[in-house]
Write a protein that binds this ligand. Structure first.
Ligand SMILES: Nc1nc2c(ncn2[C@@H]2O[C@H](COP(=O)(O)OP(=O)(O)OP(=O)(O)O)[C@@H](O)[C@H]2O)c(=O)[nH]1
Ligand SMILES: [Mg+2]
Length: 263
Protein backbone atom coordinates (compact mmCIF):
# COMPACT_ATOMS: atom_id res chain seq x y z
CA UNK A 1 0.00 0.00 0.00
CA UNK A 2 1.22 3.45 -0.85
CA UNK A 3 2.03 5.93 1.88
CA UNK A 4 1.05 9.50 1.25
CA UNK A 5 4.35 11.25 0.71
CA UNK A 6 4.83 14.31 2.84
CA UNK A 7 4.90 16.59 -0.18
CA UNK A 8 1.32 15.58 -1.03
CA UNK A 9 0.04 16.22 2.46
CA UNK A 10 -1.70 19.41 3.43
CA UNK A 11 0.80 21.44 5.46
CA UNK A 12 -0.68 23.41 8.35
CA UNK A 13 1.66 25.98 9.91
CA UNK A 14 1.07 27.26 13.43
CA UNK A 15 2.35 30.78 13.98
CA UNK A 16 2.19 33.47 16.65
CA UNK A 17 4.16 35.29 19.31
CA UNK A 18 6.11 33.36 21.92
CA UNK A 19 4.15 31.84 24.78
CA UNK A 20 0.67 32.34 23.26
CA UNK A 21 0.14 28.57 23.27
CA UNK A 22 1.08 27.45 19.74
CA UNK A 23 2.57 24.19 20.95
CA UNK A 24 -0.32 23.64 23.36
CA UNK A 25 -2.73 24.06 20.46
CA UNK A 26 -0.81 21.64 18.22
CA UNK A 27 -0.73 19.07 21.01
CA UNK A 28 -4.46 19.48 21.60
CA UNK A 29 -5.19 19.08 17.88
CA UNK A 30 -3.01 15.97 17.67
CA UNK A 31 -4.28 14.54 20.95
CA UNK A 32 -0.79 13.87 22.29
CA UNK A 33 2.24 15.89 23.42
CA UNK A 34 4.33 16.36 20.26
CA UNK A 35 5.87 19.69 21.25
CA UNK A 36 7.30 20.78 24.57
CA UNK A 37 5.08 23.27 26.38
CA UNK A 38 6.40 25.59 29.06
CA UNK A 39 5.82 29.05 30.54
CA UNK A 40 9.26 30.10 29.28
CA UNK A 41 8.94 32.29 26.18
CA UNK A 42 10.90 30.77 23.32
CA UNK A 43 10.43 27.11 24.25
CA UNK A 44 9.98 26.02 20.64
CA UNK A 45 13.14 26.94 18.75
CA UNK A 46 13.15 24.94 15.53
CA UNK A 47 10.06 24.02 13.49
CA UNK A 48 8.53 20.77 14.77
CA UNK A 49 6.70 18.69 12.16
CA UNK A 50 4.26 15.84 12.51
CA UNK A 51 2.45 13.97 9.74
CA UNK A 52 -0.91 12.53 10.77
CA UNK A 53 -4.32 11.54 9.46
CA UNK A 54 -6.74 14.26 10.44
CA UNK A 55 -10.28 13.14 9.63
CA UNK A 56 -12.07 14.25 7.58
CA UNK A 57 -9.32 16.27 5.89
CA UNK A 58 -7.02 13.28 5.48
CA UNK A 59 -3.23 13.27 5.56
CA UNK A 60 -1.78 16.50 6.94
CA UNK A 61 1.50 17.77 8.37
CA UNK A 62 1.36 20.12 11.35
CA UNK A 63 4.32 22.48 11.65
CA UNK A 64 4.77 24.09 15.06
CA UNK A 65 7.09 27.09 14.90
CA UNK A 66 9.17 29.43 17.06
CA UNK A 67 7.56 32.71 18.13
CA UNK A 68 7.47 35.54 15.57
CA UNK A 69 8.59 38.04 18.22
CA UNK A 70 11.88 36.40 19.15
CA UNK A 71 14.71 38.78 20.00
CA UNK A 72 18.51 38.71 19.73
CA UNK A 73 20.81 37.03 17.26
CA UNK A 74 19.50 33.50 17.85
CA UNK A 75 15.97 34.84 17.79
CA UNK A 76 16.62 36.26 14.34
CA UNK A 77 17.79 32.86 13.12
CA UNK A 78 14.71 31.20 14.59
CA UNK A 79 12.45 33.74 12.96
CA UNK A 80 14.14 33.05 9.63
CA UNK A 81 13.22 29.38 10.06
CA UNK A 82 9.66 30.34 10.86
CA UNK A 83 9.58 32.55 7.75
CA UNK A 84 10.72 29.52 5.72
CA UNK A 85 7.80 27.52 7.07
CA UNK A 86 5.44 30.35 6.22
CA UNK A 87 6.47 30.08 2.58
CA UNK A 88 5.57 26.43 2.24
CA UNK A 89 2.39 25.88 4.23
CA UNK A 90 -1.05 25.47 2.64
CA UNK A 91 -2.96 26.77 5.66
CA UNK A 92 -1.86 28.98 8.55
CA UNK A 93 -3.16 29.03 12.09
CA UNK A 94 -2.36 32.39 13.67
CA UNK A 95 -2.47 31.93 17.42
CA UNK A 96 -2.89 34.87 19.77
CA UNK A 97 -3.77 34.99 23.44
CA UNK A 98 -5.90 37.13 25.73
CA UNK A 99 -3.47 40.03 25.31
CA UNK A 100 -4.75 40.40 21.79
CA UNK A 101 -3.04 41.11 18.52
CA UNK A 102 -0.44 43.72 17.72
CA UNK A 103 2.10 44.68 15.09
CA UNK A 104 3.65 41.20 15.02
CA UNK A 105 0.35 39.58 14.13
CA UNK A 106 -0.55 42.28 11.63
CA UNK A 107 2.79 41.85 9.84
CA UNK A 108 2.27 38.10 9.72
CA UNK A 109 -1.26 38.48 8.38
CA UNK A 110 0.02 40.81 5.68
CA UNK A 111 2.67 38.28 4.64
CA UNK A 112 0.11 35.48 4.53
CA UNK A 113 -2.32 37.64 2.56
CA UNK A 114 0.42 38.38 0.04
CA UNK A 115 1.00 34.67 -0.43
CA UNK A 116 -2.77 34.06 -0.55
CA UNK A 117 -2.40 31.51 2.26
CA UNK A 118 -5.71 30.88 4.01
CA UNK A 119 -5.53 31.87 7.68
CA UNK A 120 -7.50 30.84 10.70
CA UNK A 121 -7.01 33.06 13.75
CA UNK A 122 -7.11 31.20 17.03
CA UNK A 123 -7.66 33.22 20.18
CA UNK A 124 -6.18 31.06 22.92
CA UNK A 125 -6.25 31.32 26.72
CA UNK A 126 -9.92 32.29 26.78
CA UNK A 127 -9.86 31.18 30.43
CA UNK A 128 -7.71 34.24 31.18
CA UNK A 129 -9.27 36.85 28.95
CA UNK A 130 -12.75 38.04 29.82
CA UNK A 131 -12.47 40.79 27.23
CA UNK A 132 -12.16 39.31 23.76
CA UNK A 133 -13.22 42.64 22.25
CA UNK A 134 -9.94 44.14 23.44
CA UNK A 135 -8.01 41.08 22.38
CA UNK A 136 -9.23 41.30 18.84
CA UNK A 137 -9.12 45.01 18.14
CA UNK A 138 -7.08 45.24 14.97
CA UNK A 139 -8.01 41.97 13.31
CA UNK A 140 -8.50 42.65 9.61
CA UNK A 141 -12.28 42.48 9.45
CA UNK A 142 -14.70 39.70 8.80
CA UNK A 143 -12.68 37.97 6.10
CA UNK A 144 -10.44 36.39 8.73
CA UNK A 145 -11.99 33.37 10.44
CA UNK A 146 -11.62 33.33 14.20
CA UNK A 147 -12.03 30.58 16.75
CA UNK A 148 -11.78 31.00 20.52
CA UNK A 149 -10.07 28.18 22.40
CA UNK A 150 -8.54 27.19 25.67
CA UNK A 151 -5.78 24.81 24.60
CA UNK A 152 -4.94 24.14 28.24
CA UNK A 153 -8.33 22.54 28.85
CA UNK A 154 -8.97 21.34 25.32
CA UNK A 155 -11.90 23.69 24.74
CA UNK A 156 -12.74 24.79 21.20
CA UNK A 157 -10.41 22.29 19.56
CA UNK A 158 -13.18 20.65 17.50
CA UNK A 159 -14.23 24.11 16.29
CA UNK A 160 -10.65 24.71 15.10
CA UNK A 161 -10.76 21.46 13.10
CA UNK A 162 -14.13 22.36 11.59
CA UNK A 163 -12.95 25.81 10.60
CA UNK A 164 -9.76 24.39 9.13
CA UNK A 165 -11.78 22.14 6.83
CA UNK A 166 -13.40 25.22 5.29
CA UNK A 167 -9.94 26.60 4.43
CA UNK A 168 -8.55 23.48 2.78
CA UNK A 169 -7.74 24.19 -0.88
CA UNK A 170 -9.87 22.19 -3.32
CA UNK A 171 -6.98 20.12 -4.68
CA UNK A 172 -6.20 18.77 -1.21
CA UNK A 173 -9.77 17.72 -0.54
CA UNK A 174 -9.74 15.60 -3.67
CA UNK A 175 -6.31 14.08 -3.13
CA UNK A 176 -4.48 12.08 -5.77
CA UNK A 177 -6.05 8.75 -6.77
CA UNK A 178 -4.43 5.57 -5.47
CA UNK A 179 -5.92 3.08 -7.95
CA UNK A 180 -8.87 4.84 -9.66
CA UNK A 181 -6.84 5.58 -12.79
CA UNK A 182 -5.69 1.95 -13.08
CA UNK A 183 -9.02 0.12 -13.02
CA UNK A 184 -12.09 0.04 -15.27
CA UNK A 185 -15.77 -0.81 -14.68
CA UNK A 186 -16.23 -4.55 -14.23
CA UNK A 187 -12.56 -5.25 -13.64
CA UNK A 188 -11.28 -6.88 -10.46
CA UNK A 189 -8.85 -5.31 -8.02
CA UNK A 190 -7.18 -7.58 -5.49
CA UNK A 191 -6.10 -5.74 -2.36
CA UNK A 192 -3.56 -7.54 -0.17
CA UNK A 193 -3.87 -6.29 3.41
CA UNK A 194 -1.46 -7.73 5.97
CA UNK A 195 -2.99 -8.00 9.43
CA UNK A 196 0.12 -7.92 11.58
CA UNK A 197 1.07 -6.32 14.86
CA UNK A 198 1.37 -2.95 13.12
CA UNK A 199 -2.24 -3.06 11.90
CA UNK A 200 -4.67 -1.01 14.01
CA UNK A 201 -7.11 -3.14 16.00
CA UNK A 202 -10.43 -3.61 14.27
CA UNK A 203 -9.73 -1.16 11.47
CA UNK A 204 -8.19 -0.75 8.07
CA UNK A 205 -5.83 2.15 7.52
CA UNK A 206 -7.12 5.09 5.44
CA UNK A 207 -5.26 4.30 2.18
CA UNK A 208 -6.68 0.76 2.23
CA UNK A 209 -10.18 2.13 2.71
CA UNK A 210 -9.52 4.65 -0.05
CA UNK A 211 -8.46 1.90 -2.48
CA UNK A 212 -11.66 -0.06 -1.76
CA UNK A 213 -13.76 3.06 -2.15
CA UNK A 214 -12.09 3.93 -5.47
CA UNK A 215 -12.78 0.42 -6.78
CA UNK A 216 -16.45 0.78 -5.82
CA UNK A 217 -16.66 4.25 -7.37
CA UNK A 218 -15.16 2.80 -10.56
CA UNK A 219 -17.85 0.04 -10.67
CA UNK A 220 -15.05 -2.50 -10.28
CA UNK A 221 -14.90 -5.55 -8.01
CA UNK A 222 -12.57 -5.43 -5.03
CA UNK A 223 -11.32 -8.61 -3.42
CA UNK A 224 -9.56 -8.06 -0.09
CA UNK A 225 -7.24 -10.76 1.26
CA UNK A 226 -4.31 -11.17 3.59
CA UNK A 227 -1.03 -12.17 1.93
CA UNK A 228 -1.45 -15.76 3.15
CA UNK A 229 -4.72 -16.22 1.26
CA UNK A 230 -3.60 -14.42 -1.91
CA UNK A 231 -2.54 -17.48 -3.91
CA UNK A 232 -5.80 -19.31 -3.10
CA UNK A 233 -7.88 -16.23 -3.91
CA UNK A 234 -6.19 -15.76 -7.27
CA UNK A 235 -6.76 -19.46 -8.01
CA UNK A 236 -10.48 -19.09 -7.22
CA UNK A 237 -11.02 -16.03 -9.40
CA UNK A 238 -12.54 -16.85 -12.79
CA UNK A 239 -11.67 -13.48 -14.32
CA UNK A 240 -8.06 -12.41 -14.35
CA UNK A 241 -7.71 -9.41 -11.98
CA UNK A 242 -6.74 -6.07 -13.51
CA UNK A 243 -4.42 -5.27 -10.66
CA UNK A 244 -3.02 -6.62 -7.41
CA UNK A 245 -2.20 -3.94 -4.83
CA UNK A 246 -0.35 -4.62 -1.60
CA UNK A 247 1.26 -3.04 1.39
CA UNK A 248 5.03 -2.55 0.97
CA UNK A 249 5.93 -5.00 3.73
CA UNK A 250 4.37 -7.94 1.84
CA UNK A 251 5.46 -6.97 -1.64
CA UNK A 252 7.92 -9.86 -2.07
CA UNK A 253 5.36 -12.51 -1.11
CA UNK A 254 2.70 -10.80 -3.21
CA UNK A 255 4.92 -10.72 -6.27
CA UNK A 256 5.90 -14.36 -5.73
CA UNK A 257 2.25 -15.46 -5.49
CA UNK A 258 0.94 -13.35 -8.37
CA UNK A 259 1.16 -14.64 -11.97
CA UNK A 260 3.65 -12.45 -13.85
CA UNK A 261 1.04 -11.26 -16.39
CA UNK A 262 -1.00 -9.55 -13.65
CA UNK A 263 0.27 -6.04 -12.84
N1 LIG B 1 -4.20 29.70 31.09
C1 LIG B 1 -3.86 29.14 29.95
N2 LIG B 1 -2.58 28.84 29.73
C2 LIG B 1 -2.26 28.25 28.55
C3 LIG B 1 -3.22 27.94 27.56
N3 LIG B 1 -2.59 27.37 26.52
C4 LIG B 1 -1.28 27.34 26.84
N4 LIG B 1 -1.07 27.87 28.06
C5 LIG B 1 0.20 28.01 28.78
O1 LIG B 1 0.98 28.99 28.15
C6 LIG B 1 2.38 28.67 28.26
C7 LIG B 1 3.02 28.64 26.87
O2 LIG B 1 2.44 27.58 26.12
P1 LIG B 1 3.18 26.99 24.86
O3 LIG B 1 2.23 26.08 24.20
O4 LIG B 1 4.53 26.49 25.20
O5 LIG B 1 3.32 28.33 23.99
P2 LIG B 1 4.10 28.54 22.61
O6 LIG B 1 3.36 29.58 21.84
O7 LIG B 1 4.37 27.26 21.92
O8 LIG B 1 5.45 29.18 23.16
P3 LIG B 1 6.92 29.22 22.48
O9 LIG B 1 7.26 27.84 21.99
O10 LIG B 1 7.78 29.67 23.59
O11 LIG B 1 6.84 30.22 21.35
C8 LIG B 1 2.43 27.32 28.95
O12 LIG B 1 2.68 27.54 30.31
C9 LIG B 1 1.04 26.74 28.75
O13 LIG B 1 0.66 25.84 29.75
C10 LIG B 1 -4.60 28.25 27.85
O14 LIG B 1 -5.50 28.00 27.07
N5 LIG B 1 -4.85 28.85 29.06
MG1 LIG C 1 6.11 26.33 21.39
Amino acid sequence: MLNTSNSLRLHIGVFGRRNVGKSSLVNALLGYPLSIVSPVAGTTTDPVEKAIELPPIGPVVFVDTAGIDDAGELGGLRMARTAGVLERVDIALLVCDHTGIGDDERALLAQLAERKTPVLCVLNKTDLGPRPDVALAGLPGEETDLVRVCALHGQGIEAVKESMIRLVPEEHLQGPPLVADLIRPGSTLVLVVPIDLGAPTGRLIPPQVQAIREALDADAVCVVVKERELAAALGNLRARPALVVCDSQVVLKTVADTPPDIP
